[in-house]
Design a protein around this ligand. Structure first.
Ligand code: GLV
Length: 338
């Protein structure tokens, strides 16, 4: 049986430009320009368009807001590789891909520093009340210098609690040494190489001045930051989330901010995304928001695009695949579906 010619759909224009050596030029160079179809719009292709454009595709390069589930895979049985331009992949039904022998890759590591920088930016902005200061200037409330005005939280020497000791969390913790902080962390198990002290969740919540969340979104983590979580935090503590919005029970966070259960929050991720401007979260007190841009530096996004192209090409060529999320799918590819 002749093998299907490689053909890929890329669900957004890729960062890194289109010149020689750019991620998209590499993909076109490797597969042939006609074999690479790129969705030209800013917003994701609607699901029915995704289905239509992937007809005959063997590879897909997708983003966090493209839903890849069993029904989609059944409609596209020729698909052999899905490359996600992100580290998180909760939009992809991984077991469904594995079962059908579809290799899935993501882009970890290269975004850890940029995302940790963003978590720190949110932490510092919330601690030092940057939005409130700007509001005061804009609204003409900036009076003479006064030693009691616009007081905020000290960061140096305090305790940083980290939920989910993965690669981004490690970069977050590393940055805290300049601030001479004590780092506590919690997760499924102790990680010997993590720069901090492993403690149970309750202790982390009770002892930390700042809590930063770095867990993937799974059935286990959905909604873990709920009313009882915030109730255990100290009233002066600040909550930071750069992972996924649904790990937070958002109404519970808004209540915790409104009634002073916690002091402030900095969020790069929320529910829904994009957040409508009239959402109660936007108007919650002492909140700093950024629009899911943790990894959005020119350098990092370009590295992510190259890594996503590497993953896609290696998967499609049957080469050793770095950052393969489901090695079991290789067996399904060779032996067939059980
Ligand atoms: C972005 O949210 C990512 O998972 O890389």
């Amino acid at each position: 049986m002749p093998s299907t010619p490689p053909r890929v759909f890329v669900t957004r224009e890729l960062p890194g430009g289109s010149g020689e050596g750019s991620p998209i030029a590499r993909l076109r160079g490797a597969l042939g320009a006609d074999a690479v179809d790129v969705w030209p719009e800013f917003d994701p292709p609607p699901h029915e368009v995704l289905l239509e454009r992937t007809e005959g595709c063997t590879g897909l390069l997708c983003m966090i807001n493209d839903r890849i589930d069993g029904a989609f895979l059944d409609a596209r049985p020729g698909l052999r590789a899905v490359s996600q331009l992100a580290v998180g992949y909760d939009n992809i039904d991984l077991p469904a891909c594995t079962e059908r022998g579809v290799l899935v890759t993501n882009t970890p590591d290269v975004l850890s520093d940029a995302t940790a920088d963003m978590a720190w930016a949110l932490l510092m902005a919330a601690a030092r009340r940057l939005p409130q200061g700007r509001d005061a200037i804009e609204q003409g409330r900036w009076g003479q210098w006064n030693p009691t005005w616009q007081l905020s939280s000290e960061v140096t020497g305090r305790t940083l609690g980290i939920l989910g000791p993965g690669r981004i969390a490690k970069a977050m913790a590393k940055r805290s040494t300049g601030f001479e902080m004590t780092v506590l962390y919690t997760g499924r198990s102790e990680k010997p190489d993590f720069p901090g002290t492993f403690v149970p969740l309750e202790e982390l919540l009770e002892r930390s001045d700042f809590i930063s969340v770095h867990v993937p979104l799974t059935d286990e983590t959905r909604g873990i930051c709920d009313a009882s979580f915030f109730a255990r935090m100290q009233p002066h503590a600040i909550f930071v989330n750069t992972s996924r919005g649904p790990v937070v029970d958002q109404p519970a966070l808004i209540t915790a901010l409104e009634d002073g259960t916690i002091a402030a929050a900095g969020l790069d991720v929320m529910t829904p995304e994009p957040l409508p401007p009239d959402d109660p979260l936007v108007h919650a007190p002492n909140i700093v928001l950024s629009p899911h841009v943790g990894s959005a530096t020119v350098e990092t996004r370009t590295k992510m695009a190259h890594l996503a192209v590497d993953g896609l090409l290696a998967s499609m060529r049957g080469e050793r695949v770095r950052h393969l999320l489901n090695p079991e799918a290789l067996e399904v590819q060779t032996k067939g579906r059980p």
